[in-house]
Ligand binder design. Sequence first.
Ligand code: AMP
Length: 599
Amino acid sequence: MAVDSALSSPLGPPACEKDAKALRFIEEMTRNAEAVQEKVLAEILSRNADVEYLKRYKLGGATDRETFKSKLPIIKYEDLQPEIQRIANGDRSAILSAHPISEFLTSSGTSAGERKLMPTIQEELDRRQLLYSLLMPVMNLYVPGLDKGKALYFLFVKSETRTPGGLLARPVLTSYYKSEHFKTRPYDPYNVYTSPNEAILCADSFQSMYVQMLCGLLEREQVLRLGAVFASGLLRAIRFLQLHWQALASDIESGTLNQKITDPSIKDCLGKTLKPNTELAEFIRMECSKENWEGIITRIWPNTKYLDVIVTGAMAQYIPTLDYYSGGKLPMACTMYASSECYFGLNLNPICRPSEVSYTIMPNMAYFEFLPHEPSDSFGLTSSDPQPVDLVDVEMGKEYELVITTYAGLYRYRVGDILRVIGFHNSAPQFHFVRRKNVLLSIDADKTDEAELQNAIDNASRLLREFNTSVGEYTSYANTKTIPGHYVIYWELLIKDSANSPTNEVLNQCCLAMEECLNSVYRQGRVADNSIGPLEIRVVRNGTFEELMDYAISRGASINQYKVPRCVNFTPIVELLDSRTVSAHFSPALPHWTPERRR
Ligand code: AMP
């Protein structure tokens, strides 16, 4: 029941007093966005006045926006590489931040094939937790009764490593789940997970998934929402159920745990609660053995009110599959927008349609600037040197690249995300996530750009030399019809000697040679997370790429400026390529990957 009207919020009547406080905070921050931003920048600059980076640019202790903007350059990760490397190698002096760097967060964005290392400081955990604490109060405005059941969330930790100087390097979510903030979080009836911490914190991804699924099945009637961080993760869980329901059902029937589950803390925790339940085991067998898995989510978890998964950006490709498994009945809530560098903001209307999702940036998280993003003309030039604008000065309908200055010591750092303003909440803008710059292919957390793809093709085509063959043209496609999804690369080959054309075996090896060249996030997805399937090369017959050009021109492309698209996702084009495919080849093995960085 809603609390009394004295606590009411312009966003809607809060579900409880704790929610009222959170909603008031959102109102305060968004109403005073300009003042909060000014304060955040002054705080960051004054506490870091003596750090090497700011002294280099002769900021002289100034904390105002004008001086800051006139003296500091807008930078990319590569510009910070020398400083990051020094910190990684053990230099503990105040290079970027007056507060000690507590660890590195490994971004899914890469630089020279390796994950970017984002420095962070201890107190950032509080800021992240603050943003998390706003999500349920907003959701409770739209979905009542979430305190009457549980959430089945598939959450995972990933492997971590140490830099030469001894700092931990791990993904931001691994850092968060392993923190006391998460492990010893106070009980909140609106935020109870079916997965025990022991399962979430198990580094073995099979055991973790198995136990999280088992617990979700055991409490299937209590589950009110189902999710994972990204849509690809939730689909991987469904695929896991497809592959392992027999084993799961037999554990439920006997009240014992499969022998593959060896993690002592999981065994300890589940050993006490598992009881034989023949009826539930029978139900799972009956549902999962059906040929048709359409609507399986709502059949197994009948009380689910929504799916909690990010389906914006690269994840939009999974909406049709998620719709299929949920029988088209469940809303998909994209609750927040965040990165390793900084958590940015939240969706104030989470039950909207995926195409309408907007994220409200919370002005207390960092100091934000927005670089107008102008589409380049046909010569690749933009009209002028665009100047960044402040959070409250962005204009409705325009696109911007996000630039951040964080408490952890990133100054005027380009995140690489393109956002479009589609509204305002008070004076805080609300952004549609348009895309990440320079990403051609993405299945899960991986992001492959055009240069990486070209490099991988160059590497693979070396194997063709002895056959006097080269890759004449190529394009690519993120195939998400399989679970996990996989990269498909279309090749048109120039075979000079048809009596000695490349064998099947060699073309399979070409797939692996490409994978070996792709960045470490891709290879980790293949090897450790099993979130990406084997790369596929489809050889198309000669003349296919000319047909592709004809098709583009027939749809209005200029013949002079036509360039082969290096990635395709428009269905008629993919169908054209598929209909011209003469042979398909898959990577025969896993590429090389270890948690250690190459540099
Ligand atoms: P990482 O650095 O690995 O944490 O990845 C952060 C990036 O993931 C962001 O910069 C975005 O490109 C993307 N991302 C995060 N949240 C969302 C979201 N809600 N919608 C679309 N893309 C997102």
